[in-house]
Design a protein around this ligand. Structure first.
Ligand SMILES: [Zn+2]
Length: 426
């Protein structure tokens, strides 16, 4: 590796060592990495992100963006350290290991080892259970601090949260995971519900989320066994977030609803802040799972929406029939869309709101091993089509939907009918 194994095992990387490590990696691999800070914590610490890939500094059309975020709870430390191992493994395997080489040539991987550096530094006495270091300097739980899709979140948005929200807005993230500790399970959206639903809060992409969570748990040394910690058990090492416990303002629901990014929450250690001499084993237990999970960014279908002259059309709604998102997924500034879908037959609907829809039936193969989703472009036969920018307010969208659903059903039927007629007349 980049540094000696004994150095790895000696201790945790505190702020200065973490920055020195990331700068060292970037200096050693300048064309494969891009190091930047997406903002600052309450106490002014940089929120570092290392982007890795063949084109690390910017998005390339067709290359999906992936992210790992760790140490959002400052006293949950395993993710912070194993992401440093992951960085070392990726850079040293490039052009040596054919799988990692293809992965980095076809994916842009963003790694944020700590979202809450203040909480980490505030944790003076490592504890397996709860400490104040969970929170940021203002005493806020960052994983309760995001806008919520189901109810009003009254928490004031913290600098760390705002930095991540801006980052999500500025990159076309497709897949993500959020690394925590204090349990051993892969948990998936939704974490919250509307009303009095019991037991399970299912998203329209529940099948995909189950697959994503199982990809992690079954490639982990023991998570798939479902033994959890203490007396908790999780069949196959996965759980719906809400089934485990309800929470408001979490980051994974935010990514899915407003970020067009599928995120799961990985609980990686029964002990939140274990002794440093266990970190090497945590890396070994998670290594294959971390890599296999990144490959899933190539599930499904992707493409570009253009007009007759080949100019990209941003803000076009592109969704798979039967799985509408409450805030519809739209093309980015390059007219690109990415939809994570399991192998099967789907109808993909590209709609310029108020103007026209195009439907295409696609047969999605299992192609994560090819490091590319199925490619399906849409070309509208007109020129200079404009699609208005998305208006998706940060209000509880599902709550609105439920309250309005009884009143708007006839309107929705008319909308569907109009879409069908537009397609028929095309
Ligand atoms: Zn946590």
């Amino acid at each position: 590796g980049f540094f000696s194994r004994t150095w790895w095992a000696s201790s945790y990387h505190h702020t200065e060592e973490l920055e020195a490590y990331l700068k060292g990696v970037h200096a050693a691999y300048p064309s494969l990495t891009h190091l930047h800070s997406i903002g600052r914590s309450v106490e002014g610490r940089d929120l570092w992100v290392l982007a890795l890939g063949r084109f690390p500094t910017h998005h390339k059309i067709g290359i999906p963006e992936f992210k790992y975020v760790a140490n959002m709870h400052g006293d949950e430390t395993v993710g912070r350290e194993i992401l440093l191992h992951l960085i070392d493994f990726l850079v040293t395997s490039y052009r040596r290991d054919p799988v990692i080489t293809r992965l980095l040539n076809n994916t842009r991987i963003h790694i944020m080892p700590t979202m809450n550096p203040d909480g980490f530094e505030a944790t003076k006495v490592p504890d397996c259970y709860y400490t104040r270091g969970r929170y940021n300097k203002n005493g806020e739980d960052l994983n309760r601090n995001f806008p919520d899709a189901f109810e009003n979140n009254n928490a004031s948005i913290q600098p760390e949260t705002q930095a991540v929200m801006n980052w999500i807005k500025n990159e076309t993230f497709v897949l993500s995971a959020n690394l925590h500790g204090g349990a051993l399970v892969a948990s998936y959206t939704f974490d919250n519900v509307t009303g009095s639903l019991k037991g399970y809060s299912r998203s329209p992409d529940d099948d995909v989320f189950i697959h994503l969570a199982k990809t992690y748990s079954f490639n982990h040394a023991s998570m798939y066994k479902g033994m959890g910690c203490d007396r908790q058990t999780f069949p196959e090492g996965i759980t719906n977030g809400y089934s485990w416990y309800q929470l408001e303002g979490g980051m994974q629901d935010y990514n899915y609803v407003w970020g067009q990014c599928f995120e799961i929450t990985l609980e990686l250690s029964c002990c939140k802040y274990p002794p440093a001499d266990q970190l090497e084993k945590f890396w070994r237990d998670n290594k294959a799972a971390l890599i296999e999970y990144i490959k899933q960014v190539h599930l499904g279908v992707k493409g570009q929406v253009t007009d007759r002259n080949g100019n990209p059309i941003p803000n076009v709604i592109v969704e798979a029939k039967g799985r509408p998102h409450v805030c519809p997924y739209r093309t980015n500034e390059h007219g690109e869309y990415f939809l994570l879908l399991l192998p099967g037959t789907y109808v993909i609907n590209a709609t310029v709101p108020g103007f026209k829809s195009m439907l295409k039936t696609v047969e999605i193969p299992d192609n994560t091993g090819n490091f590319s989703a199925l490619k399906q472009d849409f070309s509208f036969s007109e020129v200079s089509i404009r699609s208005r920018a998305a208006s998706c307010p940060k209000t509880p969208l599902y709550q609105d939907l439920e309250l309005a659903s009884a009143a708007t059903k006839p309107t929705l039927h008319i909308l569907v009918l109009m879409t069908v007629m537009l397609v028929a007349f095309k």
